[in-house]
Design a protein around this ligand. Structure first.
Ligand code: NAD
Ligand code: MG
Length: 381
């Protein structure tokens, strides 16, 4: 029996993690947490019977508590609630399926308490990788990637040391706007950006996929997970999303992982690593596919990727500015308050404004996030 907790259980990764739990009776869920979707969380509590549940907002927590008063479940809220769940004695793995930098503190707390992390919440590694990775090594815990590309790299490495990596080939679908030019992008609306060709995901990451900012975040995520500098991580656009990424080793061998696009595979792999469990579902049919194609990313039209490389090379607090500016800009775009092309423009100008702090603490990261949000809000109003 393996006991887990899920932060962000009502989202895209959270609900797919619960699907994996449904088909593996030896997984037990001790705690669930979500932002504000009371009804969804209530249904999950009734089905999976965790001992503790968290809602970010105190009002939602009160509402949930009233709805499940017939059950013996502890309801917690806010950051305190997330931190309590992260260190529950009965869990061995924390699934971080929350979105944004809000995940940093619970992730750090869980590592300090010796929990393995099944990490979907890439924003935490992008901004606090320099804190999380050394801490994980010190505590002897594993950071198991859930992001499909990083799981593919992890599966391809299969225990080989990072010294044997020549480069990482990080694949990208190219998103819904692949092949478009700036003039066309200027007209794109929220509805257009939310139509991903191959994956069904949360709103923020779907917009990030269309701008290539998601791939930029993934370059930084891969850098931390596999100890490889940004310039040895090559982004390869592969519209079919069948090759989920590959490793080129020092002898020239390229080993990659293929599969139909389905997040349940990387989730299950992370939860049972080093075991590989059977899983149903569709299979890759190479004859039906006929061919797989690869192309260079168009970084002129999609500057988000180059900005990410720039942030990664500068390091320190710059990835936080890149990420926070993007989070804020995407939220404004989803509220229809800025245009599509303003997303990379705002990221670039926020980065230009910022004086890098080397080796920032968690407090400095969160303060940088706050200042970046404020700066962007000031530019927009
Ligand atoms: P989502 O928007 O679908 O879900 C986010 C979840 O977090 C929800 O359950 C929401 O209630 C919860 N949440 C948000 N704010 C919270 C708060 N303050 N406190 C507690 N819970 C809160 O997002 P998603 O697409 O599932 O993505 C989650 C993370 O996984 C992101 O970091 C994303 O980049 C990463 N990721 C997602 C996918 C995917 O296929 N969806 C793939 C790779 C990586
Ligand atoms: Mg990914």
């Amino acid at each position: 029996m393996k006991t887990i907790a899920i932060l962000g259980s009502t989202g895209s990764i959270g609900t797919q993690t619960l699907e994996v739990v449904r088909s593996n009776p030896d997984l037990k869920v001790a705690a669930l947490a979500a932002g504000s979707s009371v009804e969804k969380l209530e249904a999950q509590v009734r089905e999976f019977r965790p001992g503790v549940v968290g809602m970010w907002s105190p009002e939602a927590a009160r509402d949930l508590k009233a709805r499940i008063s017939d059950l013996d479940v502890k309801v917690v809220s806010g950051m305190e609630g997330l931190l309590e769940i992260a260190v529950l004695p009965e869990i061995s793995v924390l699934v971080t399926a929350i979105v944004g930098m809000i995940g940093i503190r619970p992730t750090v707390a869980a590592i300090e308490a010796g929990k393995d992390i099944a990490l979907a919440n890439k924003e935490t590694l992008v901004t606090a990788g320099h804190i999380i990775m050394p801490l994980a090594r010190k505590r002897g815990v594993s950071i198991l990637p859930v992001d499909s590309e990083h799981s593919a790299i992890f599966q391809s490495l299969n225990g080989e040391p990072s010294g044997r990596i020549e480069k990482i080939l990080l694949t990208a679908s190219g998103g819904p706007f692949r092949g478009m030019k700036r003039e066309q992008l200027a007209r794109m609306q929220v509805e257009d950006a939310l139509k991903h060709p191959n994956w069904s995901m949360g709103r923020k990451i779907t917009v990030d996929s269309s701008t290539l900012v998601n791939k930029g975040l993934e370059v930084m995520e891969a850098g931390w997970l596999f100890d490889v500098e940004p310039d040895r991580i090559q982004v390869v656009v592969h519209p079919q999303s069948i090759l989920h990424s590959a490793v080129q080793f020092v002898d020239g061998a390229v080993i990659g992982q293929m599969g139909v696009p389905d997040m349940k595979l990387p989730i299950q792999y992370a939860l049972f690593y080093p075991d590989r469990r059977p899983m149903g579902g569709r299979r890759v049919d190479l004859f039906e596919l006929g061919r797989l194609t690869f192309e260079k990313p168009d970084t002129e039209t999609f500057p988000g990727l180059e900005l990410a490389y720039r942030a990664a090379r500068l390091g320190g607090s710059m990835p936080t500015v890149f990420n926070a500016a993007n989070e804020k800009a995407v939220a404004l775009f989803l509220e229809k308050r800025i245009s599509y092309l303003q997303i990379p423009e705002l990221i670039e100008s926020a980065m230009e404004e910022h004086a890098v702090i080397e080796d920032p603490t968690v407090e400095q990261i969160l303060e940088t996030e706050r200042l970046t949000y404020e700066w962007i809000a000031g530019r927009i109003s």
